[in-house]
Design a protein around this ligand. Structure first.
Ligand SMILES: [Zn+2]
Length: 365
């Protein structure tokens, strides 16, 4: 069973310009839980009182999902997390030379020592701990293995490998991670960014490489081009991996709620949640769908809480037009071929599909 760790409330909120209120965070957490994600990364307690309070409230909800508090690998941050009552803590350190030297000014030995210090500090706190390896994809594979195996030996139950800059492609991901993941006893978690538009595909590739947990955010929110979108990943689990368990019917509602809270528009053709992905206009497709939806729909709209629409526009054919007119109660008094000419002329002039009112007007004898 592949698990989902959703980090909309942490990585997603790091999107420039995105900020959720505590109430919105609580509601997003409840909706994620209802959808059936396994972990909800709720935020960074060290960021301050307001953030810590939001995490405290989410922890207190008693959700089915595990609520994760995110930390830099620093004892003060971990103390702030423990104070929220969180029972699952994640701590992160960079593992590439680029970030170890270029960001921290440390060496690899210091990274291992700090990881050890943090894990020993948490050893008797009765919390579940996971360890993150920031910028894994630019790290030396041998060091990455040392880092992961030390975390494992010191009690971490999951190791998060981060494609922090979204550099990997699905094939490269399998080549790079498979030998590493095979050597681990803990769960391996993939955190993919979407800089080349491959985050969702990289999640699927990660499953092939032996990972058990995929990180997501709703709408793919997150730094730069964002993370693997929850909606796409959930559908990949359902459709491509035949995995039951997630209530994908709630995806569209969840996406709308988060879009509103984040001040982000959802493109109409966005995979899984776009308003028009089950909207058929062209004669061939509309005719095919009216005969059998399986002709031109990959899965039923109900799977994602959407509805099929047949719209009338420049590319419509007779069958769809007749269907639409009948659904509007217009059943007689017109010649369909002649009406279709007028529909096409109007749609071309308007540069859009026709509204029901347009059709009623045109269809009147
Ligand atoms: Zn990230």
């Amino acid at each position: 069973m592949i698990e989902i760790l959703d980090t909309t409330l942490r990585d997603g909120e790091q999107t420039p310009g995105v900020s959720f209120t505590t109430q919105e965070k609580v509601e997003i957490a409840q909706r994620l839980d209802a959808l059936g994600v396994n972990y909800i990364e709720a935020g960074v307690p060290a960021m301050g009182k307001v953030e810590a309070q939001a995490i405290r409230e989410i922890v207190a909800l008693g959700l089915k999902a595990k609520v994760v508090a995110w930390n830099r690998a620093a004892l003060g941050d971990l103390e702030a997390s423990l104070a929220t009552g969180a029972k699952v803590l994640h701590l992160s350190l960079p593992v590439s030379d680029q970030l170890i030297e270029g960001k921290l000014g440390w060496n690899k030995g210091e990274v291992l020592a700090q990881q050890r210090r943090c894990l020993e500090f948490l050893a008797y706190e009765g919390v579940e701990v996971s360890v993150g390896a920031e910028d894994s994809t630019r790290a030396n594979p041998e060091f990455l293995l040392d880092y992961a195996q030390q975390a494992e030996a010191l009690g971490a139950v999951r190791v998060r490998f981060c494609d922090t800059l979204g550099l990997l492609d699905p094939f490269g991901l399998v080549d790079f991670f498979q030998p590493l993941v095979q050597k681990l006893k803990t769960k391996a978690e993939i955190h993919s960014h979407n800089d080349f538009g491959m985050a969702t595909a990289n999640g699927l590739a990660a499953v092939r490489a032996g990972f058990q947990v995929i990180d997501t955010t709703v709408l793919g929110l997150g730094e730069r081009a964002g993370n693997a979108p929850l909606e796409e990943t959930a559908m990949v689990l359902r459709y491509h991996l035949h995995q039951e368990g997630l209530k994908t019917e709630g995806l569209k509602d969840l996406a709308r709620f988060v879009a509103l809270a984040a001040g982000r528009a959802i493109p109409v053709n966005k995979s899984v949640i776009g308003e028009e992905i089950f909207c058929h206009e062209s004669g061939i497709h509309a005719d095919g769908v009216l005969k059998d939806p399986k002709n031109y729909e990959p899965y039923a709209p109900e799977w994602v809480g959407a509805q099929r629409q047949i719209v009338i526009g420049k590319h419509s054919g007779r069958r769809a037009l007749r269907y639409k007119l009948e659904s509007l109660g217009l059943t007689a008094g017109f010649e369909i071929g002649e009406l279709l000419d007028r529909v096409r002329a109007l749609a071309t002039a308007k540069k859009s599909v026709l509204s029901d009112l347009d059709l009623i007007h045109l269809g009147r004898p």
